[in-house]
Design a protein around this ligand. Structure first.
Ligand code: DC
Length: 213
């Protein structure tokens, strides 16, 4: 068993907030893997690369270091730069590519070597840590996820409407769940939680309860 609680699910389902609070409650380290894919997209855009065709050696050339909640790219701390609609969309595009996924795999596995973690992403329970101690797949209706996204400044462009955000979420869901490698889907042994109408506290308690903590 890996010392990992895997939290997977689609965009806007509340994974980050739930995973962060759960980690605090259990005293585990919180790791957000979406930020790694966003950082690759950010670096690629900055270098003027075609996001659909990231060269194999490009990701290997990036120095990505995760320290707790912080992510450093070649020594630069990245945070707000990654929480933009451009990086979200770019991450979804670069993450389809095998070279990108395999380059980030070891980095993610390394995170569990230092002790217990709560790791959130799309394929943590299926690919990164198939032997995780606990696996949860968090989802919610597209409308509820769009409402949550609209409530997060930075994640949507100014003047975005509910309909536009819903369309963007559907596009991202489709791309994430139909890609050939590591598609977004619950692991067979994951507990699926539909958080529509649930509060963050209720979701965190449900997970902690299922873990027996
Ligand atoms: O969780 P997020 O919205 O920051 O993720 C951005 C994109 O990165 C998401 O659309 C798909 C990709 N991703 C992935 O393929 N695998 C992960 N473990 C995490 C994110």
């Amino acid at each position: 068993m890996s010392t990992v609680v895997a939290i997977d699910g689609p965009a806007g389902a509340g994974k980050s907030t739930v995973a962060r609070r759960l980690a605090e409650k259990l005293g585990f380290t919180y790791v957000n893997t979406g930020m790694l894919y966003r950082a690759v997209a950010y670096a690629a855009m900055r270098s003027g690369l075609d996001l659909e065709r990231i060269p194999e050696d490009f990701v290997a050339s990036l120095k990505l270091v995760q320290e707790g909640d912080s992510l450093f790219l070649d020594g630069e701390k990245l945070e707000a730069q990654l929480r933009t609609p451009q990086c979200a969309r770019g991450a979804s595009i670069v993450s389809k590519q095998p070279a990108v996924r395999s380059a980030l795999l070891e980095l993610q596995r390394d995170a569990a070597r230092k002790g217990w973690i709560v790791m959130e992403g799309r394929d943590i329970g299926t690919v990164v840590f198939p032997d995780a101690e606990g696996k949860f797949f968090i989802t919610a209706s597209v409308e509820e996820r769009a409402r949550r996204r609209l409530a997060q400044p930075g994640e949507v462009i100014g003047g975005a409407t509910l309909e536009k955000v819903m369309a963007e979420i559907r596009e991202r869901d489709l791309r994430d769940s139909t890609r050939e490698i590591a598609p977004l889907k619950p692991a067979p042994d994951a507990e699926v939680i539909d958080t529509t109408g649930m509060t963050i506290d209720e979701v965190v308690s449900a997970i902690a309860g299922a873990l027996g903590r």
